[in-house]
Design a protein around this ligand. Structure first.
Ligand code: NAI
Length: 353
């Protein structure tokens, strides 16, 4: 039974996400933090007949610290969403500072918690959280390995950034739903699994349909495959356009966020064999990260990859499997954006302007 915290809990994603976490039997305590309205949201949720004890906090009186203290898992949907015509990268200016400040709170009040970043642009906000945690010396467990040789004392500081996750689950959920639509049977949606790798914006989102648990129909042409891929990559735009200025995906994101948080909680609780794609630091599993870098041919620190979850957070990074030529070309097309998005996040903390 764990303490879960939602930062940005009064927002379009935050409220339904908090509702779903309140319904998760592994959550014994649910703390909600936002700059507005959390006392009301918390009072409302607290009447639901499930075990989790709910509390709401605002910034005064050390609210962030109080919310975070004792946290096992922190989910961050704080920040502004997109409007029509905006890319996720356009959100950087506002959301980068919000995420930096919340990460500073986590580094001091809950350095051991699993941190799940939803705030966009995920390709940059996850590196921001990593840099803040590094600055505070808590980029997860810092293990000091001492090797004594007759004349020398070797000291190695190993960093195991196993608990920082960029939430890309909505891309995975969309891929499953769209494939079940193609197959003409929505009842399959929850059982269709498709790894979605790379990053979380536009062309950096790479669905690997060749590895779908449910093969695409015979006669599915290369142009059909291109259209399906584009739909997953730009699925968020469908929602932004339909909401017509009122924001981006909230309900489907809350569903996806709760699903991923639920998997992390089950793994913390000892359940084995849970695998889900997430945007993670590749040094969290050195062997897995190194072989992935060979496949993509680039020294990137972050990539979304199928992650096996465990009690420490990341247990293992799985390979990308056998990629088709089309999928390899998608990965190559993703790399320039991914690299510059990551760099933008890192330099926001390393050399702020
Ligand atoms: P929203 O505007 O409805 O809610 C955001 C909440 O964050 C608001 O309640 C606001 O008061 C709060 N907030 C702002 N500054 C804060 C701070 N310093 N500390 C705590 N809370 C703060 O926005 P929505 O629709 O919930 O989206 C939130 C974020 O999630 C956006 O950045 C959006 O782009 C992103 N998103 C990510 C997705 C993903 O797949 N990872 C999918 C959809 C949205």
């Amino acid at each position: 039974m764990y303490k879960a915290v939602v930062l940005g809990a009064a927002g379009g994603i935050g409220q339904p996400l908090a509702l779903l976490l309140k319904s998760n039997p592994l959550v014994k305590e649910l703390a909600l933090f936002d700059i507005v309205n959390t006392p009301g949201v918390a009072a409302d949720l607290s009447h639901i007949a499930t075990p989790a004890k709910v509390s709401g906090y605002l910034p005064p009186d050390d609210g962030l610290k109080k919310a975070l203290t004792g946290a096992d898992i922190v989910v961050i949907p704080a920040g502004v969403p997109r409007k029509p015509g905006m890319t996720r990268d356009d959100l950087f200016k506002i959301n980068a500072g919000i995420v930096r400040d919340l990460a500073t709170g986590i580094a001091t009040a809950a350095p051991k918690a699993a941190v799940l970043v939803i705030s966009n642009p995920v390709n940059s906000t996850v590196p921001i959280v990593a840099e803040v945690l590094k600055k505070h010396g808590v980029f997860d467990a810092k293990k000091c390995v001492v090797i004594k040789r007759p004349t020398l004392l070797w000291l190695f500081f190993d960093f195991f950034p196993k608990r920082l996750f960029g939430v890309t689950t909505l891309d995975v959920v969309r891929a499953s739903t769209f494939v079940s639509e193609v197959l003409g049977d929505l009842s399959l949606a929850s059982s269709v699994t498709i790894p979605v790798v790379g990053g979380h914006s536009g062309v950096t989102i790479v669905p690997l349909f060749s590895q779908s648990s449910h093969p695409l129909p015979a006669g599915f042409s290369p142009s059909d495959l291109q259209a399906l891929t584009t739909r997953v990559q730009f699925g968020g735009d469908e929602v932004v356009k339909a909401k017509d200025g009122a924001g981006s995906a909230t309900l489907s994101m809350a569903y996806a966020g709760a699903e991923f948080a639920g998997k992390v909680l089950r793994a913390l609780n000892g359940e084995k064999g849970i695998i889900s794609p997430s945007f993670v630091h590749l040094s969290c599993d050195k062997a897995g990260g190194d072989s992935l870098k060979k496949v993509i041919g680039k020294e990137l620190d972050f990539f979304s990859v199928p992650v096996e979850l465990g009690p420490e957070g990341v247990a293992k990074l799985h390979s990308l499997g056998n990629l088709t030529e089309f999928e390899q070309s998608l990965i190559q097309a993703a790399l320039p954006d991914l690299e510059s998005n990551i760099e933008k996040g890192v330099s926001f903390i390393e050399s702020p302007k």
